[in-house]
Every structure is written in C-alpha cells, then in structure tokens.
Design a protein around this ligand. Structure first.
Ligand code: GAR
Length: 212
C-alpha cells in the first residue's frame, strides 16, 4: 500500500491486500474512464489480482470506450435512453455481467442511480467511487459542493453500494486539501490522483473483507 499523508483509512497491510484468487470484475462507467483505466493498469502491473471481464458504458460518446479498445477490454454500450425504467436498464446490466461471469461490480464514474435489480444480483458486491469524503457532499457536483461550502479539505471515498445514493459501508477514503486558488477543475484533478489509488485498494479491501 502506498504511504500517503492524505490516506485516512489504511485498513490492511500490503500482504492482507493480496488476493489469492483472481477476481472477475464488471466495470460501469459514464464518462472519461480514468478510474477504469487505473484499475486496468493496476491489474497489468500485478498490483491487483483481478480481471476486467467487461465494461458497460451508457453514453455513446464516452471517452471510456476508447480506453477500453486501447486496453483490449470487451465493452458493451447500454444507452439508458433506450430503457423505459431504471429497473429495465439494471436488468440489462445484470444480464451482461452474468453472461460474462462477473463476480464483483465496480461503478467507476457511473452517473445513473441504480436499483434493487443490480443489488439483488450482486448483494454487497457493488463498489462505488465518489469525489468527496462521504457522508459529506453526496450526489452530483460533489467537487463544486465542497468549494461552495468553503471547507478546507475534501477528498474521495470508495464504498459498498446500497439503495441510498452515495451511501453504504465505507472501504477507504483519501483527503485532499483545498487550495486558495482552486477551481473545480484543479481540485478535481488532485482528487482524481487519489481516486486512482484508492479505487484499487478499495477493491482489494472489499474482496478481502467478504472472505473474512
Ligand atoms: C470520478 O471523480 C468519480 O468519483 C465521480 O465521477 C468521476 C469519474 O471520473 N463519480 C461520481 O461523482 C459518482 N457520484 P472518470 O470517468 O475519469 O473515472
């Protein structure tokens, strides 16, 4: 595990983070996909014993699609506009994940509210990353919310997902100080540096804790 002055909850040692069995991941992303790529990179570098079986994205023009092609990871577009209900979209997601033998689901910048359909299929096995220190600044525009609140620090959280938006058991968090000249872009850039680390550690922690 990387030592960082900003890491709030280094729960496990490096040895404890090592997964003995390769975990089959399904990743969901809506936008750029830098967290998706961070997971893929950690796998390629042997820092995470996992395989991304499939990526699901919901916006046809999302940059994550290009990352998936470059990394040679299968991806499926499920455009939410083509589904009548949130439940119908989630049923389609579950179908794709089940047919790819996915064991754990990672929401890496998935900007849709999920339903019981996904949680019933993957109970306590859906992981989310959010750009704030939860339970502060839930929902959209978390980085802007932190700036508006004039807090001195913010950060990011990896947590298990339950039905309430941006809640569920916290796995790991990292703190990022807010600088006087920060804009939402500069602050989000620094938060993302931490996200790319804790998303990987959060997955290890979730899997390890599920085995205990
Ligand atoms: C990340 O900052 C993630 O925390 C946030 O979306 C961004 C996706 O970035 N997620 C949420 O706000 C969910 N509530 P990426 O596409 O570069 O991984």
């Amino acid at each position: 595990m990387t030592n960082s002055p900003y890491l709030v909850s280094p729960c496990l040692t490096k040895e404890q983070l090592e997964l003995t069995k390769t975990v089959k991941l399904g990743v969901m992303a809506s936008g750029s996909g830098s967290n998706f790529e961070a997971i893929a990179q950690a796998i390629n570098e042997g820092r995470l014993n996992a395989k991304i079986e499939v990526l699901i994205y919901n916006n046809p023009n999302a940059k994550v699609k290009e990352r998936a092609s470059r990394l040679n990871i299968p991806c499926v577009l499920l455009n939410h506009r083509h589904y009548k209900t949130r439940e119908a979209l989630d049923q389609a997601i579950v179908e794709v994940f089940r047919s790819n033998q996915v064991e754990w689901v990672v929401m890496a910048g998935w900007m849709r509210i999920i339903t019981q359909e996904l949680l019933n299929a993957y109970p306590q096995k859906v992981i989310n990353i959010h750009p704030s220190i939860l339970p502060s600044f839930k929902g959209i525009n978390a980085v802007e919310q932190a700036l508006e609140a004039k807090v001195k620090v913010t950060g990011c959280t990896v947590h298990l997902v339950d039905l309430e938006v941006d809640s569920g058991k916290i796995l790991i968090q990292a703190v990022v100080p807010i600088l006087p000249d920060d804009t939402s872009d500069t602050l989000h850039d620094r938060i993302q540096v931490q996200e790319h680390r804790i998303i990987v550690e959060g997955i290890s922690i979730a899997v390890q804790e599920s085995l205990e």
